[in-house]
Design a protein around this ligand. Structure first.
Ligand code: FES
Length: 183
């Protein structure tokens, strides 16, 4: 059955749409609209890991400020935090060192060696940080002294709230001269 007809009115070609054709078009438009509406949440779900991958939501408590008031050498602390990895919320813990910078201000260092990611530890007898993997050495404020690491230990954002030291743990690209935050 023909649903559109062409008529000539004067010198013009006129398309006449009958009722069945009109409702068919309306139905098609409605279906397309519903499809688009349903596709949005599906697309958001599928693409979520791409834009959420690097999100780390929280600040972690590293201790009471009173513990660091008379700091004379770096103190190791383990902090816990959660990170989003794709669709999953992953709980992690990492070691950090609370120390003082050259200016005397409090500083928090990641214990992850900026060379290839081994765990750096403070050696009180030597008065420096030493990495067990390739012998990288760092001063108490994290400055690079010797060995293969291409930069000093990575400092972490921190703040003080209600007498507590809060740290935002970041991961950094290893074995490059400048700090590059990964997440
Ligand atoms: S991983 Fe630390 S010096 Fe190589």
């Amino acid at each position: 059955m023909q649903e559109e007809t062409h008529r000539t009115v004067g010198d013009r070609d006129v398309i006449v749409i009958n009722r069945r054709s009109f409702f068919g078009t309306l139905l098609a438009l409605g279906t397309a609209g519903m499809g688009a509406l349903l596709a949005v949440p599906v697309l958001r779900y599928v693409l979520y890991p791409l834009y959420a991958r690097s999100r780390q939501s929280e600040w972690s408590a590293a201790g009471e400020m009173t513990e660091f008031a008379s700091l004379t050498e770096p103190i190791r602390r383990t902090i816990a935090f959660s990170r989003r990895d794709g669709w999953r919320e992953v709980l992690s813990s990492q070691s950090v060192y609370v120390t003082r910078g050259a200016d005397g201000q409090l500083k928090v260092l990641s214990a992850i060696c900026p060379h290839l990611g081994c765990s750096v530890s403070w050696q009180p007898g030597q008065g420096e940080f030493v990495c067990p993997c390739h012998g990288g050495r760092f001063a108490a404020d994290g400055k690079h002294i010797s060995g293969p690491p291409p930069r000093g230990m990575d400092s972490l954002p921190h703040e003080i709230q209600e007498g507590k030291l809060l740290v935002h743990f970041d991961y950094f690209r290893s074995n490059v001269p400048n700090r590059e935050v990964l997440s």
